[in-house]
Every structure is written in structure tokens, then in C-alpha cells.
Ligand binder design. Structure first.
Ligand code: HGY
Ligand code: MN
Ligand code: MN
Ligand code: MN
Length: 398
């Protein structure tokens, strides 16, 4: 199954008429992607492993059957709502294609090569990004993860049970982590910085996700005088503006991109507005300062409208500098590859706290991501596969 054939199989899964993807953890499209992963692994006689956290692994074991000091690659198969085709899947398809390339060249690994598909990387269903890799790495308390709820109020624990898994078993998998010698994730670039087909990551900027709950008083839109209203939409709207102003002041990024209005009716003043804030910055305190300023503005606006507001941190990841030794080794294999930071979060950013980790990027000529315009040219995708194969060849050689 060539890269193109694998890509053609995945492409229609969970895609809407506008070309955006809706592959949320344990929903039918993502389950179809999981089935695709297992099918591709079986086709290559790779050994399947499922950890207790919902992550999938396909292992190419060395002749002696060893499972130690593995070279893990892969990425994720889930998407943001209306996301692009490449964010995640490009790393997984390229991993299978790189294994095919190595096998065609008669390569025999001296240590295991694994392909991972980490669960809920976007956090689009349960709200916390990289949920699967955070659980594996011990970067989120299992109790908190069990209680995370999706938009329909279903808990992560209930969803795991519905898919035959035991929520009491989620959490750090020290045995599996001990078997991973290093992790190298290939990912489509999510900006305009990469002007060559393939690049190597230096770091991930700090980023975090917060939840704002504005609680007012639901009431009739046609009979409630303005002076009698406690409408949560007002402080919400003021906070959206405040987010942009705080970001500009701190040279950071701040986005309020997901909102839930309850009830969501034309002729009803809502009782509650929940908004999610995403903030990123080149340095740690840019993000923290931005969020503090937004919190102050939200509280002032809420108070002025008789509305209560709560600001809660969902996840925060400090700046991640990838393993320099591993990066230098990649650059020996790929001497022409530029080195660049990424503003996007990745499972590699979470695993970097536990195992030597590096990332490869494939050029995205549109610079757009998390939207249908996200793109990588076929030649650049194949250059990515060649680069990944060369890196795996080097890392898994005896
Ligand atoms: O949100 C991110 O930065 C990543 O695409 N999950
Ligand atoms: Mn198939
Ligand atoms: Mn993403
Ligand atoms: Mn991604």
C-alpha cells in the first residue's frame, strides 16, 4: 500500500463538504481511522499494542524479537473541528511509508521501530490537548482525565467503558515508556516559516488552554428591561476584545475560538456562556501575563453586568526544547534541513519530558492549519517519508 494509496483511503474519512475534518476521539470517523491504522499495521505484519490510555502502537520488531530501546515515530489521527487533512495523519501515513521504504531496501532493524497513533491530541472532544500522550507520560492526573466531559456531557471514563476499556487502568505506563529509546514525530508545518521540503524542530513555544464560565440570569428577551438584565454575553464579548488587546501588549497570541451559549435561543437571554481561551507565546511569561490581563478584564466586565465569572486552566505546557543530542543526530542525517521552532503543540512536546524526542516538519505552502486549506505538496510529502526513513535507518541501526 503506497503513500498515495494510504492517503487516498484516509482522505474521505470524517471530511465535510467544505473539506474540513471532524475526527473526534472515539466518534465514528475517528474509530474508522483507528480501524485503518490496525489494517495498515496488519498488512505489514507489525505487532499491535493498545495501551490503557487509548493510544495505538504498531511495532516492527528486530529479528531477535527484542522490545527494548525502541525508536517510536507516528503522530495522531484525530482533528480539530473543521481541521485540515495533514495535521496528524501525515505523521502516521509517513511512518508506515518509511517502514515500507526501509523494507524495500532490505533494511533489518537492530531495535524495534514503532508507529504510534496518540489519542485525543487536539483535545477537541474532552478539552485537554494531547490527552493520550499526557496520560502515557504521567502529565495529567488519571482522576482528572476520567472526569473530563465532552459537549454531550459524556465523561472520558464512560466513553472508555463504552469501547471496552477500563478507566481505572489509565495513567502513566512506565513499562512502555521504559521500552521507548526515542520518539521522532513527523508533522505538517503549521506556519509559513519552512521554505524547504523538510525541517527539524528546535522547540515548542509555551501554550495553554483556559476555560471561562460566565454565569448570569436566563430570561425573556422581549420582556426584560435592559437595567434588569444579567446577560453573560456582554462580559463574554468584552473579554474577546480584551484577549486581542492583551495579546498585542505582550507579543503573544490569544484566541477565544470555542463558545457554548446556554440556552442558545434567539428570544432568550442566556444564563451561561462558556468560552475557551488558547494562548501561546514566544516566552513563558508572555502567555501568563496575557491570561492574567484577560482574567482581570473578564472579572471587571462580569462585575459591571451582575454576572459571575470563573477562569480555569485546562492545560499549560511550558516551552519545550527538544533533545539536542537527538536533534544533532537528525541533522547529521539531514544536513540541509533548517531548524525551526513551532508554535503548535504536539504529542512530541509532552513525551519530551520522558524520552528523548525530536520532530520533523514537512513544508506547508499555504501556512494555514486547523482549516481545510492546510496543505503539503505530494513531492514534499515524499521528501518527508525519505527523511523519516533515513532517520529511522540511522536510529534503529545496530
Ligand atoms: O493546538 C495545537 O497547537 C496542536 O495542533 N494540537
Ligand atoms: Mn487499508
Ligand atoms: Mn493540530
Ligand atoms: Mn497535530
Amino acid at each position: 500500500m503506497s503513500f498515495e494509496e494510504m492517503w487516498a483511503e484516509l482522505l474521505p474519512i470524517g471530511r465535510d463538504a467544505a473539506g474540513g475534518y471532524h475526527r473526534f476521539a472515539w466518534t465514528p470517523p475517528e474509530l474508522e481511522c483507528r480501524a485503518w491504522f490496525l489494517d495498515e499495521a496488519a498488512r505489514r505484519d507489525l505487532e499491535i499494542e493498545r495501551d490503557a490510555n487509548g493510544n495505538l502502537y504498531a511495532w516492527w520488531l528486530p529479528a531477535d524479537g527484542s522490545r527494548e530501546d525502541a525508536v517510536l515515530t507516528g503522530s495522531h489521527l484525530d482533528s480539530v473541528p473543521g481541521g485540515g487533512a495533514f495535521d496528524g495523519p501525515l505523521g502516521v501515513v509517513s511512518a508506515f511509508a518509511a517502514i515500507d521504504l526501509l523494507r524495500e531496501r532490505g533494511y533489518v532493524p537492530a531495535r524495534p521501530i514503532g508507529v504510534a497513533a496518540f489519542a485525543e491530541e487536539e483535545g477537541a472532544r474532552f478539552g485537554v490537548a494531547c490527552l493520550g500522550s499526557r496520560l502515557l507520560a504521567g502529565a495529567i492526573a488519571p482522576e482528572r482525565a476520567r472526569g473530563l466531559r465532552d459537549g454531550d456531557g459524556r465523561s472520558f471514563a464512560e466513553v472508555l467503558v463504552a469501547h471496552g476499556m477500563d478507566p481505572d487502568r489509565i495513567g502513566p505506563d512506565e513499562g512502555l515508556l521504559a521500552r521507548i529509546g526515542c520518539y521522532v514525530e513527523l508533522h505538517v508545518e503549521q506556519g509559513r516559516a519552512l521554505q524547504q521540503p523538510v525541517g527539524v524542530a528546535s522547540s515548542i513555544v509555551p501554550h495553554g488552554r483556559w476555560r471561562l464560565d460566565f454565569t448570569g440570569e436566563g430570561n425573556h428577551a422581549g420582556t426584560t428591561l435592559i437595567r434588569d438584565r444579567r446577560d453573560p454575553m456582554l462580559p463574554f464579548a468584552i473579554t474577546v476584545l480584551a484577549a486581542r488587546q492583551a495579546a498585542d501588549r505582550n507579543a503573544a497570541l490569544a484566541t477565544i475560538g470555542k463558545v457554548a451559549v446556554t440556552p442558545n435561543g434567539v428570544n432568550a437571554i442566556p444564563s451561561r456562556v462558556t468560552a475557551w481561551l488558547d494562548s501561546r507565546g514566544p516566552i513563558d511569561d508572555a502567555v501568563r501575563r496575557t491570561v492574567e490581563e484577560i482574567g482581570r478584564a473578564a472579572r471587571a466586565a462580569a462585575g459591571a453586568h451582575g454576572v459571575a465569572v470563573e477562569l480555569a486552566e485546562e492545560s499549560y505546557t511550558e516551552v519545550v526544547s527538544f533533545d539536542t543530542g537527538l536533534r544533532e543526530r537528525l541533522l547529521k542525517v539531514l544536513p540541509d534541513a533548517p531548524v525551526l521552532p513551532t508554535g503548535a503543540g504536539h504529542d512530541a512536546g509532552i513525551l519530551a519530558a520522558r524520552v528523548p524526542t525530536a520532530m520533523l516538519f514537512v513544508r506547508n505552502p499555504t501556512g494555514v492549519s486547523h482549516a481545510p486549506a492546510e496543505h503539503a505538496e505530494p513531492d514534499d510529502c515524499l521528501a518527508g517519508v525519505e527523511a523519516l526513513a533515513a532517520v529511522l535507518d540511522d536510529l534503529a541501526r545496530g
